[in-house]
Design a protein around this ligand. Sequence first.
Ligand code: CA2
Length: 150
Amino acid sequence: MSKPIYILNGPNLNRLGTREPEIYGHTTLAEVEVMCREAASGHAIVFRQSNREYEIIDWVHEAIEEGSSGIIINPAAFTFTSMAIMDALKMFSGPIIELHISNIHKREPIYHKSYVSLVATAVIAGLGTKGYPVAVGAMVEMIGPRLAKA
Ligand code: CA2
């Protein structure tokens, strides 16, 4: 049985679907979680959100200790500030997909320098919330099919 894919979400994403729909759309994070589970082809998913940097770091450590098969992370504003999340991700040996709902490169210069991109296997940005199931599909391809229990 493969180990879970961790999908981690950073600050304010618990409010997704409630403001700036022209950038982030109308879909809520709970609906995004459902989309991810549907795209997972039977792989286990751990889906979490926090407004606290330390909690995201602890979850990366948990993913490492659990032997998680891959991490998908939307670090939100921590993308541009957190060397600590970058350092934690560096310790993870599996694939990492950095995900953004908006195309951060099309936005103001403060959104252009991602610490997480320096350690990510791949980056998805600008697909809206549909980027999440796309990331899950890509992750499933990278880690291979779910193995049935012997
Ligand atoms: O596009 C993304 O997914 C971002 O990671 C979202 C972050 C922003 O700081 C990044 O530059 C790009 C902001 C998340 C704000 O959360 C929201 C809360 C309510 C409605 C919409 C977004």
